[in-house]
Design a protein around this ligand. Structure first.
Ligand code: CDP
Ligand code: CDP
Length: 220
């Protein structure tokens, strides 16, 4: 087992995991793993290669062979900057479907664990505390009302110049929540020992601070 500490932040879509994980990692000077990006990259690579979304073996191979580079806050697939491309809702929805396939999840396991480098790692996703880093020093299950999450996502997309509709987002989000919670492998649920944190009425800064406070309380 690794002695490098991990803070696992899991939760539903748009609960603020990515933003908060980056903030916590920055405050501590730690590495960060956006595990959802790996599922999104698998979805994008499969789309580009014309792989059928029901062909589990082929999707597992795509996940295993991903040529990705995380560098200076950008993400490259086969040498192309795909930071914007992987954030499209269509890719997020496909990511959620391919993430239900055991072959894809197994293929991404070693790649995720390789991010565990000194002095520590903040990892966000759905199963960071339960499957990928079960020995995480702190496990946070970050939640927020679906309405708050849909509004955040809508604002985020519009700020990026991507058109978004609140009613559509709300419908897709409920669908994605149900799929992530009900799938057979690694369903979305708090890991054993996870602290549940509701950010519906917190700003991103307040949420980051709450996690840093939890970390300080543990480390003492
Ligand atoms: O940003 P958002 O929460 O919508 O999604 P994401 O974290 O980028 O992940 C995209 C999809 O990948 C999710 O809907 C999950 O189904 C899946 N995922 C997963 O199954 N396990 C993870 N550790 C991370 C993401
Ligand atoms: O990674 P995940 O899908 O859980 O969410 P995100 O993409 O990090 O966050 C969605 C949006 O919510 C971002 O624009 C954040 O600035 C905003 N937000 C937040 O992350 N936390 C709050 N407590 C309030 C807003």
């Amino acid at each position: 087992a690794s002695t490098v500490p991990v803070i696992a932040i899991d939760g539903p879509t748009a609960s603020g995991k990515g933003t908060v994980a980056h903030g916590v990692a920055e405050a501590l000077g730690w590495q960060v793993l956006d595990s959802g990006a790996l599922y999104r990259l698998t979805a994008l690579a499969a789309t580009r290669r014309g792989v059928d979304e029901t062909d589990e073996a082929a999707l597992g191979q795509v996940a295993l062979g991903l040529d990705v580079l995380f560098s200076s806050g950008r993400i490259y697939l086969d040498g192309d900057d795909v930071c914007e491309a992987i954030r499209q809702e269509a890719i997020g929805n496909l990511a959620s479907r391919v993430a239900a396939l055991p072959a894809v999840r197994a293929a991404l396991l070693a790649r995720q664990r390789a991010f565990r480098q000194p002095p520590g790692l903040v990892a966000d996703g759905r199963d960071m505390g339960s499957v990928v880093f079960p020995d995480a020093a702190l496990k946070v299950f970050l939640v927020a009302d679906v309405e708050a999450r849909a509004e955040r996502r809508c604002k985020q997309l519009i700020e990026k110049g991507i058109s978004a509709n609140l009613a559509d987002l709300l419908r897709d989000m409920r669908e994605r929540d149900a799929r992530d919670a009900n799938r057979q492998v690694a369903p979305l649920a708090p890991a054993e020992g996870a602290v549940e944190l509701d950010s519906s009425r917190l700003s991103a800064r307040q949420t980051i601070q709450a996690i840093l406070d939890l970390w300080k309380a543990r480390a003492r």
